[in-house]
Structures are given as structure tokens and as C-alpha cells.
Design a protein around this ligand. Structure first.
Ligand SMILES: CC(C)(COP(=O)(O)OP(=O)(O)OC[C@H]1O[C@@H](n2cnc3c(N)ncnc32)[C@H](O)[C@@H]1OP(=O)(O)O)[C@@H](O)C(=O)NCCC(=O)NCCS
Length: 160
């Protein structure tokens, strides 16, 4: 799949359990994409997600974008309990946002966000959160375009 693509033939569907190995490879692609933004990320054996739980739990939806039988994009929404101080009891947390390089800029991530937010709405969720590195401009733009706004700013200081 070296050539530029269009969205013809794109299918969005829930990830399947037997795709675990393929999804582990996609997880590593997300980590590789984020490594430039966080020098503290492990060089090896870094993992972000409990993929099995995201597939099996009724409180989460893990979707993949598929073109011609190959996975080209991922994303999940997980329903989480919110802090007791907040007006909403539960919120939706988005993650594992990845689109294969040859499919970027075509609106695939927008379709995945739409799918997940609609699913969340059907579960009674009205508040959606995600974490993104501030320097990950393409991701920040994609989320802002979808209506997300920056909120908490994580600050850190390393002594070594
Ligand atoms: C972030 C990412 C998922 C976006 O996926 P995508 O399918 O290319 O995004 P879309 O085509 O749906 O773009 C939606 C909007 O995002 C913005 N955008 C996307 N890519 C952009 C880029 N390279 N530069 C600037 N803005 C960009 C645009 O405003 C676009 O809207 P437009 O098409 O109306 O101009 C993709 O770039 C990616 O996989 N990056 C590597 C992994 C990663 O960093 N994931 C995020 C972890 S938080």
C-alpha cells in the first residue's frame, strides 16, 4: 500500500479479538509517533493500552478503519468514572488515535472521532476528554477541528 489513497472502500468497524497482534503493532506506531514529544518514553517495551479489555469491555469501543482488508486506522472511546468534584459522573476518554501515513489528511480520524462520540452519546455520555502532546500539531489541529479545546496543562521537571 505504497501509493496515495482516497477514502473509497474505507470501512469503520469494531476491532476483533483475533486482531490483537496487528493492534499491538499499531500501538507501537502511536508510541513511535509520540516519542519525539516525550524523551522519558522507554526506548523498548513501552505499552499504552490494554487492547483485550478495550475490545471486550462493554464500557469501551475500539474501532479500526479498514481498506481492502488491511487496518489503516485505530481509535477507542472508554467510558470512565469522573472525579467526584465534577458535575458529570461519567465521561468518555478517547485514545489510540492513529492513521497510517499514506491515509493521513483525508478525514479518516474525523470519521473515527464521529463514530466514537456518537457511540458515547448513545451510552448517555456528554463530556469527552483526551490527552495529546501540545507539540503534536497535526493531532491538536484534528481535535480542535472536531470541537475539542485545550484544558489542563501538564507541567514537569526532571532532576536528572
Ligand atoms: C493525528 C492523526 C490521527 C490525524 O489523522 P488524519 O486522518 O490525518 O486527520 P484528518 O484527515 O481527519 O484531519 C482532521 C483535521 O486535522 C487537521 N490536520 C490533520 N493533519 C494535519 C497536519 N498534518 N497538519 C495540520 N493539520 C492537520 C486538519 O485541520 C484536518 O481538517 P481539514 O481536513 O478540514 O483540514 C494522524 O496524523 C496520526 O495518526 N498521527 C500519528 C499518531 C498520533 O500522533 N496520534 C495522536 C495521539 S494523541
Amino acid at each position: 500500500m505504497g501509493e496515495l489513497m482516497n477514502l473509497q472502500g474505507l470501512i469503520l468497524r469494531e476491532a476483533r479479538r483475533e486482531e490483537h497482534a496487528a493492534l499491538l503493532a499499531f500501538e507501537q506506531k502511536v508510541i513511535a509517533a509520540e516519542r519525539p514529544f516525550n524523551p522519558a518514553l522507554k526506548e523498548r517495551d513501552a505499552y499504552y493500552y490494554d487492547i483485550e479489555a478495550l475490545i471486550l469491555s462493554p464500557d469501551s469501543r475500539l474501532v479500526v478503519g479498514e481498506i481492502a482488508g488491511a487496518i489503516v486506522a485505530t481509535g477507542y472511546l472508554q467510558i470512565r468514572q469522573s472525579k467526584a468534584s465534577l458535575k458529570h459522573e461519567r465521561h468518555g476518554y478517547l485514545g489510540f488515535m492513529y492513521v497510517a501515513e499514506q491515509c493521513r489528511g483525508l478525514g479518516v480520524n474525523r470519521l473515527i472521532l464521529q463514530d466514537l462520540v456518537r457511540w458515547g452519546e448513545r451510552q448517555g455520555i456528554a463530556d469527552f476528554y483526551l490527552d495529546v502532546y501540545a507539540d503534536n500539531i497535526s493531532a491538536v489541529r484534528a481535535y480542535e477541528k472536531f470541537g475539542f479545546q485545550g484544558s489542563v496543562l501538564e507541567m514537569k521537571r526532571s532532576l536528572d
